[in-house]
Design a protein around this ligand. Sequence first.
Ligand code: APR
Ligand code: PHB
Length: 398
Amino acid sequence: MRVLRSRVVIIGAGPAGLVLAHRLGLDGIDSIVLERHSREYVERRVRAGLLEQGTAELLRQSGVGERLDREGTVHDAFELCFNGERHRISTVQLTGHGVCMYSQQEVVKDLIRARMSAGAPPYFGVDDVTITAITGDAATVHCTLDGQPVEIRADFVAGCDGFHGVSRPAIPGSVLAPYQHTFPFGWLGILAETPPVSEELVYNVHDRGFTLHSMRSPQLSRQYLQVSPDDDLGMWPDERIWAELHTRLGADDHRLVEGAILEKGITSMRAFIAEPMQHGRLFLAGDAAHVVPPTAAKGLNLAIEDARVLAEALGCWYGSGNREPLDHYSRDCLAGVWQAQEFSAWMTQLLHKYPGDTGFEMRLRQARLRHLVTSPTAARSFAESYVGLSRASTYATR
Ligand code: APR
Ligand code: PHB
C-alpha cells in the first residue's frame, strides 16, 4: 500500500479545515486535507453568512480578505421587531463593533483558491476516510486517493468533518462526554432572487413564530421561518412560504418583495458540545465538536476560532517544542464555545414561540424584549455577545 507522510491530516474542507490548513501553511507546516464531497458541492452549499468583526479580521490577516472587503457588507445595526414595533439596535454604538455579511460558501471558495495558489489543494471526493490510529507513535488514516488505497502517517489528525463526520466517533465513548439539547422547532431557510426586506438584518418576533430577514447581496435575500420540527419541504410550497412571511411581518409586509426561490431547506435546531475536543493525536474543530442553533449565526465563527487556536498551538509545538498550548487546546476553546452556546440558546428562547406556550410565557417574552430595547445596559450586554466581544475575552484571559 502506498504510504504518504504529512505533519497534519485534516479531515473535512469546510471553514474549520480550510482555515486550519491555510494558517498552518503560512507557518510552513505541511498538511493534507481530505474532503468527502466535490469542490463544486462544497463551494455551492448554502449556509450562514454572518462574520463577527474578529472573524473577518482573522481572514484578512490570513491573506484571504480581499474579496470579503470588496463584496461583504458591514452592518452597524440590526432591527428587532415585536408587538408591531420596530427597534433599531446599533451594535457599533453599543460596542464599537459591527458584523460583516459574507456567505460561508464565499469564505470556502476564497480559502480553496488560496490552497490552490499555495500548491496544496485539498483532495476532493474522498469518501472512505477511516482513522486507524490516534494514540501511539503516529496517527494513521486510510483512504483511497486517485483510485489507490493509501495510508497517511502523520503527527496529528484534525477532525474538521462536521457533526456527521468520522472523527468524533474515533474518540472512545469512555473518554467523550456529549452534551445536547434539541429545540422543539426548525428553521425553513430560503434564498430568493429579490431585494432584502431591509438593508439591515430584521429579527421579527410574531405570535405565529419567528422570522429572520437576511441578505446575501442587494438582489439576493435570505429568509428564515420558524416551522414545526417535523415539517418537510413538501408541506411548504413557495406560495405558502411567501404568505407566511407576509403574515408574520404584519404591517411591515410591504417591505417584502416576492421573487424566484433559488434554494430552500429545513434545518433542525440542535445544540451539541462534545468534551473534550481532543484525544491523543486527534483534535476536533468546528461542527465536529459542537453545534449551535443558527439563531445567532455563531457556528461559522466558532469553527474559524477553533482553527485559529489549533493552528497556533501546532505552530508553537513545531516552532519551539512547547506542547502546552496543544495539551490545553480543548480547555482553551471550550470556555468560548459554551459562552456562544449559552447566548445562542438564550437568543433562540427569546425570539421563538414554543409549542404549548400560554399567554403567560408569551408575556414574559414580551417583557424580556422590552427590557432589551429600553435598558442600555441590557442592550450592551446583548450586543457584546452578538458581535462576539464577550467570547473574545474568554480567549484573551486564558
Ligand atoms: N470524510 C471527509 N470529509 C468529510 C467527512 C468524511 N468522513 N464527513 C464530513 N466531511 C466534510 C463535509 O463534506 C464538509 O465539507 O467535512 C466538512 C465539514 O464542514 P462543515 O460542515 O462546514 O463544518 P465546519 O468546517 O466545522 O464549519 C462549521 O458549517 O454547518 C455549518 O453552521 C455551521 O457555519 C457552521 C460551519
Ligand atoms: C444568515 O444570513 O444566514 C443569518 C444571519 C443572521 C443570523 C443567522 C443567520 O442571526
